[in-house]
Design a protein around this ligand. Structure first.
Ligand code: VAH
Length: 316
């Protein structure tokens, strides 16, 4: 197989999956992208299957039924929910990962995308301009499952010649689907609250600076990597990618410039410790050199686009 012809997306109803599926369908054909999720929400006439990635047999059956050659494995329990239920995070993130890789091996699939995250880094990792190859000692179960994903994906690449790829997503900001259970979710919630109530209470401290990316850049990076020639790649499952970095107060100020009556206050919770263990900014030179990565959005342009899209979505 020389290209993606029949694509399966897990976690298709999630924050990234819900925008990745329409993009893939536009590019590869409506009938050639099978969306799956645990939610029983029909997709009109588009191919959709209810699938819990912990069910390896069901996964293999869907792959056989549709003649899948490529998997975008987007199903995951994110950092905050993962700290509330580490065993569930392990079951879904590692159990699901293993099932996807095993199906890829057994059926010699063309290519598999398994997202990692900046959560793979920990407090011992250099915080500023975090290198591509560095210390990975995450303090969250979510981060541990991401490191396992990177390492196991690399193992399947070298041991079984399975073309597994992944990027370390920063916090993703988008307007279509609310994220669920992430530490960076504040950067999405704040826009809804600013428009609806002109105020927001942040669960992170004002100076908490994190690497972030706007959804169009997230989708661009995902497809660029998956369409890159294999011979150009020195890394496979763990590419650093950066969009922008900002603190909570910097984002709030940018919103206040556009909504002058907007006010923010701060009530840090358990997610502060998670954010404190992550980097502030990322060195993505490997992605730039190996597959031509570069982001399109910065903080001002992202804020403008988010407010414009949410005003339409919320009828404001
Ligand atoms: C989370 N949005 O907050 C995810 C992401 C880097 C953060 O992995 O858990």
């Amino acid at each position: 197989m020389e290209s993606m012809k029949k694509i399966l997306v897990t976690g298709a109803k999630g924050q990234i999956g819900s925008e990745l599926v329409p993009l893939l369908r536009k590019k590869y054909g409506h009938e050639n992208v099978i969306a799956t999720d645990i939610k029983d929400e029909e997709e009109g006439d588009a191919p959709y299957e209810i699938l819990d990635v912990r069910d390896g047999k069901k996964l293999a059956g869907v792959v056989d039924r549709y003649g899948i050659d490529t998997i975008f494995h987007m199903a995951a329990i994110l950092s905050a929910t993962g700290e509330k239920n580490p065993q569930l995070a392990w079951d879904v993130n590692v159990g699901g990962l293993y099932n996807v890789l095993e199906v890829g091996r057994e059926k010699s699939l063309f290519r598999i995308f398994i997202p990692s995250s900046i959560a793979a880094f920990g407090p011992e990792t250099p915080k500023v301009n975090t290198p591509q190859d560095t210390v990975l000692k995450p303090r969250t179960m979510y981060g541990i499952t991401k490191v396992i994903g990177e390492r196991l994906g690399e193992y399947y690449f070298w041991k079984y010649n399975l073309d597994v790829r992944g990027v370390r997503y920063p916090g993703i900001i988008s307007s279509k689907t609310l994220p669920g259970g992430g530490t960076t979710d504040y950067a999405v919630e704040i826009f809804y609250e600013a428009l609806r109530k002109k105020r927001y209470t942040s669960f992170l401290k004002p100076q908490t600076r994190l690497p972030m990316m706007y959804m169009p850049d997230c989708l661009k990076a995902t497809l660029m990597l998956m369409e890159a020639p294999l011979e150009n790649l020195k890394h496979h499952t763990d590419f650093n990618v950066a969009g922008m970095s900002f603190s909570v107060e910097e984002l709030a100020l940018e919103i206040k410039k556009r909504i002058p009556e907007f006010e923010i206050d701060y009530e840090p919770d358990y997610r502060q410790a998670i954010a404190d263990s992550w980097p502030e900014s990322i060195d993505d030179s490997a992605a730039r050199q190996e597959w031509g990565w570069s982001p399109d959005y910065d903080l001002p342009s992202m804020v403008d686009d988010m407010l414009e899209k949410l005003r339409i979505k919320l009828g404001l």
